[in-house]
Design a protein around this ligand. Structure first.
Ligand SMILES: Nc1ncnc2c1ncn2[C@@H]1O[C@H](COP(=O)(O)OS(=O)(=O)O)[C@@H](OP(=O)(O)O)[C@H]1O
Ligand SMILES: Nc1ncnc2c1ncn2[C@@H]1O[C@H](COP(=O)(O)OP(=O)(O)O)[C@@H](O)[C@H]1O
Length: 204
């Protein structure tokens, strides 16, 4: 797998700590996982807005968007999903090293792929957020009409329909949308911001 030989890491005197001091924050990744339609992109945006208003620098890596460019060669079969997730994690690692709060929002359905991403980061810097929204709620929302197409057999291997989703067994934050209680994207974002504040990520 590793085709790079005879290479050495080149260090620079300006390091992550220096960049963090400049930005008055700590670089990390907030990894939002969940079914299609669970609200990942909406919460990612609300979070980015909330942090921006507090003077914090963020950048969103959305699965759908990255698949328009860097990952345009990848399909939805398991190996390609794994590669999609691996590449996004490596990019997120660069953003975190830049001192940025990187928000990755992608289905990332397999536990082992998400755990492999976590292993790329120092302890604490990979913050996994699970959008705990039942399939029937996502399917009722169906903003892009994809569930309808999947149920009609026009899209194959659609997560939650004929492809698996493995919820996290243990993650930093669970955002629930269950029963009659409606939790707004802004409220969900505030939960994540409180976590970041408590853990010291909003200061250098
Ligand atoms: N087969 C299949 N399964 C799931 N999703 C599908 C599929 N085909 C297309 N789409 C659209 O692609 C978006 C998911 O891309 P991701 O990069 O987040 O997926 S993954 O992490 O690699 O599983 C997903 O976006 P979201 O709805 O925002 O989750 C869909 O719009
Ligand atoms: N907290 C929420 N409460 C109600 N509706 C929501 C919430 N978050 C997102 N939505 C709606 O659900 C749909 C799917 O959201 P989206 O962010 O596109 O999900 P995903 O990125 O997981 O596919 C959109 O129509 C969005 O407006």
């Amino acid at each position: 797998m590793d085709n790079s030989a005879n290479i050495a890491w080149h260090k620079c005197s300006v390091e992550k700590l220096d960049r963090q001091q400049l930005l008055k924050q700590k670089g990390c990744v907030i990894w939002i996982t969940g079914l299609s339609g669970s609200g990942k992109s909406t919460v990612a945006c609300a979070l980015s807005q909330g942090l921006h208003m507090r003077g914090k620098l963020t950048y969103i890596l959305d699965g759908d968007n990255v698949r328009h460019g860097l990952n345009r060669d990848l399909s939805f079969k398991a190996e390609d999903r794994a590669e999609n997730i691996r590449r996004i994690a490596e990019v997120a690692k660069l953003f975190a090293d830049a001192g940025i709060i990187c928000i990755a929002s992608l289905i990332s359905p397999y536990r082992k792929d998400r755990d492999a991403c976590r292993a790329l980061f120092p302890e604490g810097d990979f913050i996994e957020v699970y959008m705990d929204v039942p399939l029937h709620v996502c399917e009722n929302r169906d903003p892009k009409g994809l569930y309808k197409l999947a149920r009609a057999g026009k899209i194959k291997s659609f997560t939650g329909v004929d492809d698996p989703y493995e919820p996290p067994l243990k993650c930093e934050i669970v955002l629930q949308q269950k029963g009659g209680d409606c939790v707004s994207p802004g409220e969900m974002a505030e939960t994540v911001i409180s976590y970041l504040e408590d853990k010291g990520y909003l200061q250098a």
